[in-house]
Design a protein around this ligand. Structure first.
Ligand code: ADP
Length: 581
């Protein structure tokens, strides 16, 4: 009886245990189905122990019985750019080798050819307490990665935040990285902002990738392979057409075709770029840069809304950059003007001081002699008047320069053309400089074997030669100065060469600009106007003036002037007739 009861209770216990086991099995199955993620459990031999409906849906395969070497039948793990991932580094294989993989992004090409971007983890499983190296199973969890879409409210907020950023600072370029960070990752996974224009140099002023390791690679790539608008494989079409570009699928071949060598290709491919949206930055009809946005790892390509948002953002960015540039230029112009006013007052005052002293001295002497009833010596008056005249000439030339500048600015530079010989004009000016050259112990030489006839404005031509010669003496450090006049068909050429202080390559391009100087005003006086006026006059003649120089090795200024509407026979010198007086 008692053994019968004991047996009964054992049977009950077994039944309860079975019921409990069934229940926990059912609970486990329910859990596996309800997680909302794709779940796959397999043992080390590849037998599939669990494979939920979501997994079947995501991988687009029926429940497999066995996975050979961690390979999902008919599926291919792919890199962002759609290249297959070698099996040994695919997530399941890594976990089978004991590596835990947490929250990674994977691409999976499914048997129907579609690619899904998954975010998931894989865990090696070892029996409790087991110290074995190799796991006895693997659990994979994954879900489709959906980029958060930018709805209208978020897009408006993004534009407002961008507006606040762009309006905050004058140094707008410094705001470009924070601006990109607003777009990454909400609109794109990576972005680069380029400034510059077609045919000029283009710089990447900001670059951001959502993934820190890839960000480092992106920055490295841009440093080692800076953009080049002239390179037909680079960015040119965006800079040339000024039109938005969109590429839904950036293939590996397309990307490699953009690169300059294998290392460049390696860096570019490692960024995982899979689609592209490029928008030019246009200000006042001029392309001043470009915004390049990318999505990575097969994420959905950019749509129309994304394009509109990127275009609006680029428009605002371009406007703000252009305004900042105008403000900078205006400030620079004001600074230059103030600096010029300081120099001009100083320069105008310099001749006034000796003039004032000489007149004062003469006045005193006249008063003294008059008090003693003696006449003033003509010699003394004449000597004072010499100084006065010299200084008045200096003042007149300074004021003339200033007047010329305002005439040029107002477009009122008038030329009165007449026939003349450039060689004679040059010789006359050279003669005028002889006393100053002698004072500086500087030899002045001229080489003009034949007359060079043409139609020019005499006073303006004299002014040009005077400017070049006075500079050659002023900056010539006492070295010989050579002036050459020659003709080349319908072009007359005047060359002024000195062996003086020279001009650095950095300064050369700006010395013909208004108020620009390459020397300090403590060492050399001057308004920085002579060469500006020279160039304006020469250009009004339809000619050019160019300088070549090397610091410490002297300078050469070459003036080329069209000889104007002159008779054919004048071109064949010597033997050309003297022009009419
Ligand atoms: P300024 O002589 O009044 O400064 P210019 O317009 O004539 O102005 O010249 C502009 C600048 O170009 C000068 O300040 C000087 O730095 C440089 N420069 C001009 N001519 C020469 C020269 N022959 N040798 C060296 N530097 C020169």
């Amino acid at each position: 009886m008692s053994s019968g009861r004991a047996q009964l209770s054992k049977i009950r216990q077994v039944l309860v245990e079975r019921a409990e086991a069934r229940l926990s099995d059912a609970a486990l199955r329910l859990l596996i189905e309800q997680t909302g993620e794709a779940l796959l459990l397999m043992d080390a031999a590849g037998h599939v122990l669990a494979f939920n409906a979501e997994a079947a849906h995501q991988f687009r395969i029926p429940v497999p019985e066995r996975l050979e070497q961690g390979c999902l039948p008919g599926c291919d793990w792919v890199r962002p750019e759609n290249a297959s991932v070698p099996l040994e580094v695919s997530p399941l294989t890594r976990a089978l080798a004991g590596e835990g993989v947490r929250e990674e992004r994977w691409g999976l090409r499914r048997p129907d050819g579609t690619v899904v971007v998954l975010r998931g983890s894989v865990f090696p499983i070892s029996p409790a307490g087991s110290a074995e190296e190799a796991p006895s199973g693997v659990l994979l969890r994954a879900r489709e990665e959906l980029l958060p879409r930018l709805d209208a409210t978020r897009a408006a907020r993004l534009l407002a935040e961008a507006g606040a950023l762009l309006g905050a600072e004058l140094e707008t370029e410094a705001q470009m990285e924070p601006l990109l960070r607003l777009l990454v990752p909400s609109l794109a996974d990576a972005g680069v902002l380029f400034l510059g224009s077609s045919g000029e140099s283009v710089r990447a002023v900001a670059a951001v990738h959502a993934e820190p390791e890839r960000h480092v690679l992106l920055v490295e790539m841009l440093c080692r392979y800076p953009p080049d608008t002239l390179d037909p494989r680079g960015l040119p079409s965006l800079f040339l057409t000024g039109r938005t570009e969109r590429t839904a699928e950036l293939t590996e071949e397309q990307q490699v075709a953009l690169t300059r060598d294998a290392e460049h290709a390696r860096l570019l491919l490692s960024l995982g770029l899979s689609s592209y949206l490029g928008v030019p930055l246009v200000a006042r009809g001029r392309i001043i840069g470009a915004l390049a946005l990318f999505r990575t790892d097969g994420a959905p390509a950019f749509g129309d809304e994304d394009e509109r948002l990127a275009e609006e953002l680029s428009r605002r960015t371009a406007l703000s950059l252009d305004n900042a540039r105008l403000l900078r230029e205006a400030r620079e112009a004001v600074r230059l003007r103030d600096e010029f006013l300081g120099i001009a007052s100083h320069e105008l005052k310099t001749p006034l001081t000796p003039l004032h002293l000489k007149v004062q001295l003469l006045q005193k002497q006249v008063d003294l002699l008059a008090a003693n009833g003696k006449p003033v010596s003509a010699e003394r008056v004449s000597e004072t008047l010499d100084v006065v005249q010299r200084q008045v000439r200096k003042l007149t030339s300074l004021v003339d320069n200033l007047l010329d500048v305002s005439r040029i600015t107002a477009g009122r530079l008038k030329l009165e053309l007449e026939e003349m010989d450039l060689a004679s004009v040059a010789a006359e000016i050279l003669y005028r400089f002889a006393p100053s050259a002698a004072q500086l112990h500087c030899s002045l030489e001229m080489h003009a074997p034949v007359p060079v006839l043409g139609r020019w404005d005499r006073l303006r031509l004299e002014q040009v030669v005077t400017n070049l010669l006075s500079n050659a003496l002023k900056y010539g450090a006492g070295q010989p100065v050579l002036l050459r006049v020659e003709a080349d068909g319908r072009t007359a050429r005047l060359i002024v060469e000195d062996g003086g202080i020279g001009i650095s390559a950095r300064d050369l391009p700006r010395i013909f600009e208004r108020f620009e100087r390459a020397v300090s005003d403590r060492h050399y006086g001057g308004l920085g106007l002579g060469l500006y006026i020279t160039r304006q006059i020469v250009e009004a003649f339809g000619g050019t003036v160019k300088a070549t120089s090397e610091l410490g090795r002297g300078s050469t200024f070459v003036l080329e002037l069209p000889r104007g509407d002159i008779p054919e026979e004048w071109l064949s010198v010597p033997g050309a007739p003297e022009p009419k007086p």
